[in-house]
Structures are given as structure tokens and as C-alpha cells.
Ligand binder design. Structure first.
Ligand code: ADP
Length: 743
């Protein structure tokens, strides 16, 4: 085996592996194109293997043709793939390419104008030589298209952004390496005898492409890589076993079965294959799973489980825990932060932080924070790596650049927004995956679905929580109010009890008071009665003494006797007043109503007071309506009233006089007693007619008053359904008393 053969094997196997697996999983035209391209490289690879090991020139020509079945299509398919990959369209051009492909294929397989002779080179194998005009034409086409496609790729790379840019980069690298190495195989055709060792690099292009597919989601064919890896590993292992057996075991067996050694080797290989194929395949599958797909998850199962708890859990904190834990375990990320718009809708708060070092405080974000504002505009997950690359091209807005900085600071690799009703209600910040892998297109799609669903569930849970906490508050409020009510009730009961007790005591005190009052009235009544008789007798005797019924009396004796008389009179009046009060209070006052000439009654009284007025040098006038009708009154009691009023008027007047008048207004009789005396202070007027009421300063003028006269007068007038009141303009301005009786 020589290096040329080895390059063929390697290129053949790797291309075959990639072709099979891309074709198995092909979803788009692009995938088919790539698969077929790989197949054409494979043809060339295996063709080279056969050429490199063939020592019959005629057979070598045959293998060269086989190899060129693939080579003819390599530049054409590659150009078409590049056009498709860069979304360039030029149908006619592509059609011409395929037409050329068909022509060269025909020339290669059915004529001698393409490949017709070989020469022995490097002492190892037969090389197609000389290059026919058709072959030369094809060489030109091969290089032209290869170079042209790479220029196109390079142009595409310059304008591409984000992940696409990176994908093109790897794609470019892969094919450049492959083609550059592969191109050296043309040299010996033109008698430039450089060993086509660089051919070895051809096998690298599927590996680099594989890496790009895996790492940068090139063509979204990660799964394909998994399968192809298993398959390639399987084939390589089997090939290695076969080579081993052929080269060593056959040699060994040759000693025993000189002619059948190869047959026995084949037998052993077949047996080993039959026994070992399945376990080997499973082993390799598990191994690749471990290497490439340790982060793999079954989308359906995951979505199923998420949907289950998202639609059944109502407890917000449980929901958050389940949700974030499921994300971490499924996507195998190092860190995860989950932010949710809080109740007052002002801040986004970290509801869950997984994997962040203890004590790390992620800031809460205000609604108006630039980060949130920028995030609100992105309705899809943001992959930081892609953004970074966009930023390199200055394709990011300033807002987004700022957002990128912040996410970088937070060590975030992916940010997934949660929307409810077109409004950002939360977001997830993912760090890198533990494996260091990028988030695949599938991851992003799954996350988008899950985030949308979660946004609804969180909104529901929030609502539920609010209702519940409202209920709890309500219950607490009701409980508190009930307790307050109970306390107030108890207090009220207590107060009521106290009031009842107090009332009972009051009633008892009242009863006692009434008893006392009764006793007092009885005492006054008895005392007055007992006093009145002797006082009247004294009055009689003094009158008689003064009138000289017991002989002439000296002037000095008269004077003394008159003083005794006056004092006695006062005592009689006092007793009379007391008796009246006690009668009134014990409701024993009796009235004897008769029709009386009220005017005459008043006139008589006024006349009786003439002496008193004269002594004090006061005028005392009387005016009387001539047509005064008779009034139905108790004349004796009314007499007391009038006498008291006239007496007071004279008593509290030092100069001037007293004017008494009786008039009639319709059915009303009005008695008016007006004096020019000391007057009554304004504030004392309302209390004049109360028991024992005396205007304070008056006691200095008249010390003998009892304050009972006006009280008795009021009671008597009221018993006549009449009214009595006093008026005064103030101290020193005289007073006027009125009695109004209804006829
Ligand atoms: P008293 O025996 O004290 O005169 P009254 O009941 O007759 O008792 O009068 C009550 C009080 O009213 C008197 O003490 C006096 O202060 C006041 N008073 C009554 N009439 C007059 C009046 N004509 N002028 C001034 N004060 C008067």
C-alpha cells in the first residue's frame, strides 16, 4: 500500500460516510447537493485506491475512468452547492454546468477522447497520460469553477453576518484544504512528476465540514454527524480488522493451507462480522452519544413533561422551581437566571438563580431599564455568540450593543424572553452549556415554544396567587373586624352593666332624696303651722298695743313696738312663703277659682303700699284699663303674687318710683310693674324665678330676702295658665315685671 492509495482510502471513506449520512437525513435540496457532491469525491477516492494498487495498465485505465465518474462532477456540484448555500440564483448557468457535466461524463465513459492511455509513475502505479484535449479542457473547467466558487464564497463571507459568516468561514476552509490538496493530483497528468502526496488532505474536508455542522449548525445537520460518526467508525473498525486479518492471519494460515488461506481468512472475517457487528454498532452508538450527544434530549418527551406541569401547577414558587430545574437538567447549562415581572409591574426580579455563586446578587431591572427596553423589541431568543459576531460587523444597533455588554457581564450565553399578550413578562438568562456546545436551532425552537407556554402559566399562577392572597387578607380583615366587634360588644356590655348599676344607685338615691324631701316638706309644713299661729297672735297683740287698746303708750315704746311689728310681719311672710313652697312641692296647693275684678284687686294692693312708698319717698302710681273684664282666678293666691311683685319693686328701688298698670289686650290681661330701681344683671334674669334665687349683689341692698317669692309667684301664675317674666336693661336701669293671664 502506498501513500496515494492511503489518500484514496481516507478520502473515499470519509466522503462516503458523510454522503450516506447527509443523504439519510436530507431535508433540503442543499443537503442532497452536498450528499451527491460527497459521493462524487468518494468515487474519486476509491478510484484512486484501485489505481494506486493496480499493476495492469489496461485495468488502470478502467479505474481512472471510474475515478473520473466522480471527478467530472466535483467542480460542477460544488459550484451549484455554493450558489445554493449563498442563495444566489442563476438557473441558466447551473444548467450549462450540468450540461457540461453530462458531456464530460459521456466522453469519459463512452469515448477514448478523455482518458485513453497511462504511464508508470514513481515506480508505483499507472497515471493517465498524456492529457487529451478534452482532459485539458476539463482541467481548465475544474480550476476555473473551483476558483470561481471560492471567490464567491469569500464574497459571501464578507457580507454575511452572525452565524452564517462563521459557517461560510469553515466551509471555505474545508473545501479550500480539500481542493488545494486534490489539485496536486493533476500535475503528473502534465508530466510534472511531483508525488500527489498532498492528496491526503482531501479526507480533511468532510472532517472540517463535520465540525462546522456540529459547532455552527451548518445545514442543521448535527444529528447526521452522529449517525455518520457511528457508521464511519464501524466501517473503519471492520476495515482495520479485515486488513489486520488479511495481512497477518492469511500469512499465518498459508503455512497450513497454502491455497486456501484467503478463503479461511474470509471465513473468519464473516464469522466475526456475524457475531460482532451488532454489539460493535451498539458500542459505537453509545460512545458517540457520550461524546457528541451528552446534551441530547428528546423534544417530544421534554415538551410533554413541561406542558404537564405548566398546565397543572398553580403554585407560583413551585412552578418556578419545576420550570427552571427542568431547563437546567434538559439543556445542561451551568447557570440559569429567571426574571419575572413583579406584581406592581415595575421591576423584573430574579425569581430563580441556579448555578450562580453564593451571594451573587443579580440586579433587579426596572421596566424602563435600557436592557429591558431593548429586550422587549426582540421577540426571539438572543444568542450572544451570534450577536457578538454581528457586532464585529457593526450590524448591531447601539441599544443592542449595550444589551450585549450587559449580558456578557452576566456571563450569559443565551437570553430567552417571555411574552404574554405581546408584552414582555419575564426572561431567562442561560450561561453556556456544561459541554461547551452552542445552543442548536432545535434548542432555540424548543425554548421559544416552552417560553411562550410558560409565560401564560406564570400569568395564571400570578393571578391565582393574587386572588388567594386577597382572600387571605379578606379573611384576616373579617377576623380582625369580628374580634374588634366582640371586644366593643364586651365593653358595651360592661358599660351597660355599670350604667344599670349606676341607674339602680341613682334610683335608690332618688328615692332617698324624695324621702328626705318629703320629710323636709313635712317638717317645714309642721314648723310653719306651729309658727304661724303664735306669730299671728303676736301681730294681733302688737296691733292692739299700738292702737292703745291697753292704754296710752310712750313715743319710744311705740317706736319699739313698730319695729317688732315689722319684724313679725316679715316672719309671717317667710312662714307663708315656706308654707306655699311646701304645698307646691307636695302638690297640695289648692286653688279656688272665682270671677274677680282683677283691676280692682291690683288697685287695692297698690293702695295698701302707699305708706311704704311714702316712707321711702317714692312715687307709686296705678293705671287701670277702665273696661277690664272679670278674670277667673284664685284671688287670694293672685293677691300674694301681685303683693310680692309690688313689694319687690319698692324694696329694690331707692329713688324714683313704681308704676303699676293693668291692661287688656283681646283675651289677655296684662299686669305690668315698672320701677326705677337697682335693676337686674342680664345674666341673672333667666334664674329669677327659681327657688331661693337671689341676685348676688342685691343682698347688700336687702338682706332679708329669701328668694322664694318669685318662685311661688311663678307656680301660682302657671297654675292659672298664665305667664310671668321680668325684664331689665341692666344694673341701675330699673326692672319691669309682667304677669299675663288668659281670660
Ligand atoms: P326676695 O325675698 O329675696 O325679694 P323674691 O323671690 O321676691 O325674693 O325675689 C328674688 C330676687 O329677685 C330678689 O332677691 C332680688 O334680688 C330680685 N328682685 C325681685 N324683684 C326685683 C326688682 N323689682 N328690682 C330688682 N331686683 C328684684
Amino acid at each position: 500500500m502506498n501513500i496515494f492509495a492511503l489518500s484514496g482510502i481516507l478520502a473515499g471513506f470519509t466522503s462516503f460516510g458523510m454522503a450516506v449520512f447527509v443523504l439519510l437525513k436530507a431535508k433540503q435540496r442543499l443537503h442532497y447537493l452536498w450528499g451527491i457532491f460527497c459521493l462524487s469525491v468518494m468515487f474519486w477516492g476509491f478510484g484512486v485506491l484501485m489505481i494506486a494498487t493496480e499493476d495492469d495498465p489496461a485495468m488502470a485505465i478502467f479505474w481512472w475512468r471510474v475515478a473520473y465518474i466522480g471527478v467530472v462532477w466535483i467542480p460542477l456540484l460544488f459550484t451549484h452547492f455554493v450558489y445554493k448555500f449563498l442563495s444566489l440564483s442563476h438557473r441558466t448557468f447551473i444548467f450549462i454546468l450540468y450540461a457540461l457535466g453530462a458531456i464530460f461524463s459521456y466522453a469519459n465513459l463512452n469515448t477514448d477522447i478523455f482518458i485513453n492511455s497511462v504511464r508508470f509513475v514513481f515506480g508505483q502505479f499507472y497515471y493517465s497520460y498524456p492529457a487529451t484535449p478534452a482532459f485539458q479542457a476539463f482541467t481548465v473547467l475544474f480550476f476555473a469553477l473551483t476558483i470561481y466558487s471560492h471567490i464567491k464564497l469569500f464574497q459571501g463571507y464578507r457580507v454575511a453576518q452572525g452565524i452564517k459568516r462563521l459557517q461560510i468561514k469553515y466551509f471555505f476552509m474545508a473545501t479550500l484544504v480539500g481542493f488545494a490538496g486534490g489539485s496536486t493530483a493533476y500535475l503528473p497528468h502534465y508530466h510534472i512528476d511531483i508525488y500527489p502526496a498532498l492528496n491526503l488532505t482531501v479526507f480533511l474536508y468532510p472532517l472540517i465540514m463535520g465540525y462546522a455542522i456540529f459547532r455552527y449548525r451548518l445545514m442543521d445537520l448535527k444529528l447526521v454527524i452522529k449517525r455518520s460518526t457511528v457508521f464511519v467508525a464501524l466501517v473503519l473498525t471492520l476495515a482495520a480488522v479485515y486488513v489486520f486479518l488479511v495481512s497477518f492471519v492469511t500469512e499465518y494460515l498459508q503455512q497450513f493451507f497454502p491455497y486456501r488461506a484467503l478463503f479461511f481468512t474470509g471465513l473468519i472475517v464473516s464469522i466475526l462480522l456475524a457475531i460482532g457487528f451488532e454489539p460493535l454498532k451498539r458500542f459505537l452508538q453509545r460512545a458517540t452519544d457520550r461524546i457528541f450527544f451528552k446534551d441530547e434530549y428528546d423534544v417530544e418527551t421534554y415538551l410533554d413533561s413541561v406542558t404537564k406541569f405548566l398546565s397543572t401547577l398553580l403554585n407560583l414558587s413551585k412552578l418556578i422551581t419545576e420550570f427552571t430545574e427542568s431547563l437546567v437538567s434538559t439543556f445542561k447549562v451551568k447557570k440559569l437566571a429567571f426574571f419575572l415581572l413583579e406584581k406592581k409591574q415595575r421591576h423584573f426580579q430574579a425569581e430563580s438563580l441556579i448555578g450562580f455563586p453564593e451571594g451573587v446578587v443579580l440586579a433587579t431591572f426596572h421596566q424602563r431599564h435600557t436592557f429591558i427596553r431593548a429586550l422587549s423589541l426582540h421577540h426571539a431568543p438572543i444568542v450572544l455568540e451570534e450577536w457578538k459576531r454581528q457586532e464585529e460587523n457593526m450590524a448591531l444597533s447601539r441599544n443592542d450593543q449595550q444589551l450585549l455588554r450587559m449580558l456578557e457581564q452576566l456571563d450569559v450565553a443565551l437570553c430567552v424572553p417571555l411574552y404574554f399578550n405581546e408584552r414582555l413578562t419575564g426572561f431567562l438568562l442561560f450561561s453556556e452549556k456544561k459541554s461547551g456546545d452552542v445552543f442548536t436551532q432545535k434548542d432555540l425552537q424548543v425554548l421559544q415554544i416552552v417560553a411562550n407556554q410558560a409565560a401564560i402559566s406564570f400569568e395564571n399562577a400570578l393571578l391565582y396567587q393574587e386572588t388567594r392572597s386577597f382572600n387571605v387578607t379578606l379573611r384576616e380583615e373579617v377576623k380582625r373586624a369580628t374580634e374588634t366587634l366582640k371586644r366593643v360588644n364586651l365593653e358595651l356590655n360592661d358599660k351597660n352593666k355599670q350604667i344599670r348599676l349606676f341607674n339602680r344607685r341613682l334610683a335608690a338615691a332618688n328615692a332617698q332624696l324624695q324621702e328626705l324631701d318629703k320629710a323636709k316638706s313635712e317638717f317645714i309644713s309642721i314648723a310653719s303651722h306651729q309658727l304661724r299661729t303664735p306669730l299671728t297672735i303676736i301681730k294681733g297683740y302688737i296691733s292692739m298695743l299700738l292702737e292703745g287698746s291697753f292704754g296710752e303708750i310712750e313715743e319710744t315704746e311705740r317706736d319699739a313696738l313698730e319695729k317688732v311689728y315689722v319684724s313679725n310681719e316679715r316672719l309671717i311672710k317667710l312662714v307663708e312663703d315656706l308654707l306655699n313652697v311646701s304645698r307646691i312641692e307636695s302638690k297640695k296647693m289648692e286653688y279656688d277659682m272665682t270671677k274677680v275684678d282683677f283691676g280692682a284687686l291690683v288697685q287695692n294692693i297698690v293702695e295698701e303700699f302707699h305708706d311704704v312708698a311714702e316712707k321711702k319717698h317714692l312715687t307709686l302710681s296705678m293705671q287701670r284699663d277702665p273696661e277690664l273684664p272679670f278674670a277667673k282666678i284664685d284671688s287670694e293666691k293672685m293677691r300674694q303674687v301681685v303683693m310680692n311683685l309690688v313689694d319687690n319693686a319698692l324694696k329694690y328701688t331707692e329713688s324714683g318710683g313704681v308704676a303699676v298698670s293693668v291692661s287688656c289686650q283681646g283675651k289677655k290681661v296684662m299686669l305690668k310693674i315698672q320701677d326705677t330701681g337697682i335693676g337686674i344683671p342680664h345674666k341673672d334674669i333667666p334664674r329669677l324665678f327659681e327657688k331661693f334665687s337671689r341676685v348676688h349683689f342685691v343682698s347688700s341692698v336687702n338682706t332679708e330676702g329669701t328668694g322664694l317669692g318669685l318662685f311661688v309667684a311663678r307656680k301660682i301664675v302657671e297654675a292659672h295658665n298664665g305667664k310671668i317674666w321680668g325684664e331689665s336693661k341692666g344694673i341701675g336701669k330699673g326692672s319691669t315685671f309682667f304677669v299675663e293671664l288668659t281670660l
